[in-house]
Ligand binder design. Structure first.
Ligand code: PEP
Length: 255
């Protein structure tokens, strides 16, 4: 018993029109498990978030509405950015920070990730920090658990008092949008290295409370075995989360 409640998050990216968003919410209404056993989140484009919060409240759907990005400043002159304070104000529960696609296509760095994590925590948003460091580090005999750069640099300035609210999503770059996942052995090893890195950066007590998700080509075919790994506390799911029945199955695999 780790006490960490699994968190399954859909990452819809730049997909779905508004009617499809409504349809999805109606499809999952009344079908999600008790949030005491599994927490469920949906990350969507900013334009849908306010309506999703309202719909989930009206339909009584226990789903956390999540942004796919956020800015580090609560207000000011940052044309085109979304304020974390504004996200919190409309009832958003968390934000994905530093997704591989943002690091690669929009040049996000560990520095900006750190600022955004701090901004999320300051506004009581759960930051889902995506770690895409490649798995070439994998070596089962390697007992030297040096902190991963993306964690060591990206989370270095984060307030220890709030750090337990962070979620880390381990997403090997090559597995995102692909057709294969790493072996279960590699996923488990990587999650263990991440938790040890978090313990070095914060404390073991804090590291033991932080949820570590796996992401990258998760499907209803492989979700259950990945969720069965000791250090994995949830999933960040792209393509397979777009269809309600598949998403519900993967959510239920976490029970
Ligand atoms: C992602 O981009 O976060 C992701 C996990 O995508 P997919 O599941 O489609 O590989």
């Amino acid at each position: 018993m780790t006490g960490r409640i699994p968190l399954i998050v859909a990452n819809w990216k730049t997909n779905k029109k508004v009617a499809e968003v409504y349809d999805f919410l109606q499809e999952i209404q009344g079908k999600l498990p008790d949030p005491k056993r599994v927490r469920v989140g949906i990350a969507a484009q900013d334009i849908y978030l306010h309506e999703m919060v309202k719909q989930s409240q009206e339909l009584d759907i226990p789903v956390a509405v999540i942004s796919e990005n956020l800015h580090w400043a609560d207000e000011g002159s940052y044309t085109g950015e979304t304020s974390p304070a504004a996200l919190a104000d409309i009832g958003v529960s968390g934000s994905i920070v530093g997704h591989y696609e943002r690091r690669k296509m929009f040049k996000e760095t560990n520095g900006s990730v750190g600022l955004k994590v701090t901004a999320a925590l300051r506004n009581e948003l759960i930051p889902i920090v995506a770690i895409a460091e490649d798995t070439t580090r994998y070596n089962p005999d390697d007992e030297d658990m040096a902190p991963l750069t993306e964690i060591a640099v990206g989370l270095a300035g984060v307030d220890k008092q709030r750090a337990e609210n962070i979620v880390v999503a381990y997403e090997p770059a090559w597995a995102i949008g692909a057709s294969e996942t790493p072996s279960l052995e590699v996923i488990e090893h990587s999650a263990r290295v991440i938790r040890q890195s978090l313990a070095i950066l914060f404390t073991q007590e804090v590291a033991d409370k932080i949820r570590i998700q796996y992401g990258g080509s998760v499907t209803p075919e492989n979700s259950k075995e990945i969720l069965g790994l000791a250090d994995i506390d949830g999933l960040l799911i792209g393509r397979a989360s777009l269809e309600p029945a598949a998403f519900l199955q993967m959510v239920n695999d976490a029970i």
